[in-house]
Design a protein. Structure first.
Length: 213
């Protein structure tokens, strides 16, 4: 299936495995949280923006005045009702400088990341995964910040310093159950050289196929 992002599923009698490319990674995680039947067994997020993005492809705001200006302009409209409902990229726009605005008006990401209230059903369903694999591209020029591919993000209130998943409130309060999943050995963090979604067939076969067996 390809709809501006790629998703792939392999079905088994007792459930299925799912693989999401780029934004497909967080969309499939939403499926795991919201649609537990049939059960998703393994989720592989390849370059997925699990904490959203705060930047444009190949245009990092912290190194370009023009890009930073565009990014700030996007903030003014990204959380309007019409944009949230009709522009898919707005669904995972995450503004660390306006955290209250993001939490109040983000229809998708703030919901599945449990940033308003904790939906215990979402949390329970995600923990049903046997494996949650996240792949980060070390030279990614499309996703900003790249740490979002491992569930990290920019620290709230500024747009320079990032924090890891383990340093975040989401993890410390275990709002998604990720801390419990890591303790149980269900979280897997993989990294590869290259730009966004750039990997070889050899790397794919050696590093990702074993999670599907």
């Amino acid at each position: 299936i390809t709809v501006s992002s790629w998703t792939s599923t392999s079905r088994w009698p007792c459930g299925y495995n799912a693989m999401g490319f780029s934004q497909g990674g967080q969309f499939l995680r939403a499926v795991a949280q919201r649609c537990p039947s049939p059960p998703m067994k393994t989720l592989i997020s390849i370059g997925g923006q699990q904490q959203g993005v705060y930047g444009l492809p190949r245009c990092p705001g912290e190194s370009s005045v023009i890009c930073d200006w565009i990014r700030k302009k996007l903030n003014s409209g990204a959380y309007t009702d019409v944009v949230q409902k009709h522009l898919v990229q707005a669904q995972y726009w995450h503004d660390p400088l306006n955290d209250d605005l993001y939490k109040k008006h983000s229809l998708f990401l703030a919901d599945i990341n449990q940033e308003r209230v904790v939906n215990e059903t979402y949390k329970k369903n995600l923990q049903m995964l046997d494996k949650f694999v996240m792949v980060k591209f070390l030279q990614d020029t499309v996703v900003d910040p790249v740490d979002t591919e491992w569930f990290g993000f920019l620290k709230t209130g500024q747009a320079k310093e990032t924090e890891t998943l383990q340093e975040s409130v989401l993890y410390k309060e275990d709002r998604l159950g990720l801390a419990a999943m890591e303790a149980a050995g269900k979280l897997h963090f993989l990294a590869t050289e290259g730009d966004h979604l750039q990997f070889t067939e050899k790397w794919f076969n050696e590093n990702l196929l074993p999670y599907l067996r």
